[in-house]
Ligand binder design. Structure first.
Ligand code: ARG
Length: 459
């Protein structure tokens, strides 16, 4: 009765709404290249093992190559009555080469097939994302180089804290992206494990060699347990976690760019090409790209949570629930890759406003810690020095003056140990230059750090 490839035991046709509900073709058609590559490797292996004849395998491979061509030229008709891309391609193969097409599925199931396709897809995308991250780091490093020497307030609690080099601030993001890259790289060997040969769940009665297909597909590793091979989606969860974290890093920078481009901060100007206007307020230039990156972070984190919930409590082995892995994965890949690319473009064209950054160095008593350190060098316990400088800052604030605008006599009223060299000591440039501790913001340290990064990035 049924016209389905699996319809042998069915006496009624599938209900239309069931076809709609179960169909994944509209999203998994994106896997066509991987599906065809996997099938070609499978056919070659079947021939090598004497399960198919060489000429049968050759005809199958030829048919698959033509189908790939049909899909790429837009000729291929994606019939929603086909459940998924695997069925659509197999049906087309049989239409082209007759019964022989049906031999391709020997010693294979869609369960190991779909797991393989997603692994092939993700391995490629992770490699692409690694390149995107390199480009982003290059843009950030070029920006850091362009504005080397520029000092800005460093913040804690979003309150001005101590002066730092802008370059030092940018290199903090580089650290995050380096860790992101190392996590992705470490995940690759776990993605590149071929599940092909697990068949439906228990292995197969045919004398297959999973190492042949794996090697052909460029995977160094092969599954060890057939039940795990068809039901494991850890590699997707891992990727979603890494993607969510990359988005969190981008989102923190996006938030800073949004703040910094406000008139209140006015630290940066985002290039026109990366900003948008308002349909009503003619004066507006909005940082929408940064806002969308920040917003999309929620989406990617949501995909991680969603798939965790999908997998929780699934009995072994394959369950149709697993079809729900693809849309979140595809969306996370698209979102994280475009966000990384757009952030790179935005940094490339970012302009800083040195006068505004300079102005922000005033009024926040950014050298107060250094004044306390000065007193410590005179032999005071740090806590006593802290207390004295705190009172001095209170006084200066009341007078509407910077610390260095007070007279020595006024300063000594709070800190009797202060000498005439205190004025030079409190200069912002000196405050920054003194932070020569490892990983600190002194220009000499930051120059070393930036050089290291530039070298890593081939700049
Ligand atoms: N389209 C399905 C998926 O994405 C694969 C089909 C396996 N279906 C099945 N009934 N065994 O997971």
């Amino acid at each position: 009765m049924s016209d389905k490839p699996w319809g042998g035991r069915f006496r009624e046709k599938t209900a239309g709404e069931v076809e709609d509900f179960t169909c994944s073709l509209h999203f998994d058609r994106r896997l066509y290249r991987q599906d065809i590559a996997g099938s070609m490797a499978h056919a070659r292996m079947l021939a090598k093992q004497g399960i198919l004849s060489q000429s049968e395998a050759a005809a199958i491979i030829q048919g698959l190559a033509e189908i790939r061509q049909e899909i790429e030229s837009g000729e291929f008709v994606f019939d929603p009555a086909m459940e998924d891309i695997h069925m659509a391609i197999e049906a087309r193969l049989s239409a082209k080469i007759g019964d022989l097409g049906g031999k391709l599925h020997t010693a294979r199931s869609r369960n190991d097939q779909v797991a393989l396709d997603v692994r092939l897809y993700l391995a490629e995308e992770v490699e692409g994302l690694l390149e995107d991250l390199i480009e982003l780091r290059r843009s950030a490093a070029r920006l850091a180089r362009r504005y080397f020497g520029l000092i800005m307030p460093g913040y804690t609690h979003l309150q001005r804290a101590q002066p730092v080099l802008f370059t030092h601030h940018m290199l903090a993001y580089d650290e995050m992206w380096r860790r992101d890259m190392s996590r992705l790289q470490e995940s690759l060997p776990r993605i590149k494990v071929s599940p092909l040969g697990a068949a439906a769940l228990a292995g197969t009665t045919f004398p297959i060699d999973p190492h042949v297909t794996a090697a052909e597909l460029g995977f160094a590793d092969v599954f060890r347990n057939s039940l795990d091979a068809v039901s494991d989606r850890d590699f997707i969860l891992e990727f979603l976690a890494h993607a969510a974290l990359i988005m969190v890093h981008l989102s923190r920078l996006a938030e800073e760019l949004i703040l910094w481009s406000s008139s209140e901060f006015g630290f940066v100007e985002i290039a026109d090409a990366y900003a948008t206007g308002s349909s009503i307020m003619p004066q507006k230039k909005n940082p929408d790209v940064a806002e969308l990156i920040r917003g999309k972070t929620g989406r990617v984190a949501g995909h991680l949570m969603g798939l965790l919930m999908t997998l929780k409590g699934l009995p072994l082995t394959y369950n149709r629930d697993l079809q729900e892995d693809k849309e979140p994965l595809f969306d996370a890949v698209d979102t994280v890759r475009s966000s990384v690319q757009l952030m790179a473009g935005m940094l490339e064209g970012l302009k800083l406003k040195p006068e505004r950054l300079n102005a922000a160095l005033h009024g926040g008593y950014l050298s107060a810690t250094d004044m306390a350190d000065y007193l410590v060098n005179q032999g005071l316990p740090f806590r006593t020095a802290h207390e004295q400088v705190g009172r001095l800052v209170g006084y200066a604030e009341f007078q509407g003056k910077e610390l260095w605008e007070l007279s020595l006599e006024e300063i000594q009223r709070f800190a009797s140990q202060a000498g005439p060299d205190i004025f030079d000591w409190l200069k912002i440039d000196n405050v920054v230059a003194r932070r020569t501790s490892p990983g600190g913001t002194a220009p000499a340290r930051v120059e070393e750090a930036l050089k290291k990064v530039e070298k890593e990035l081939g700049l």
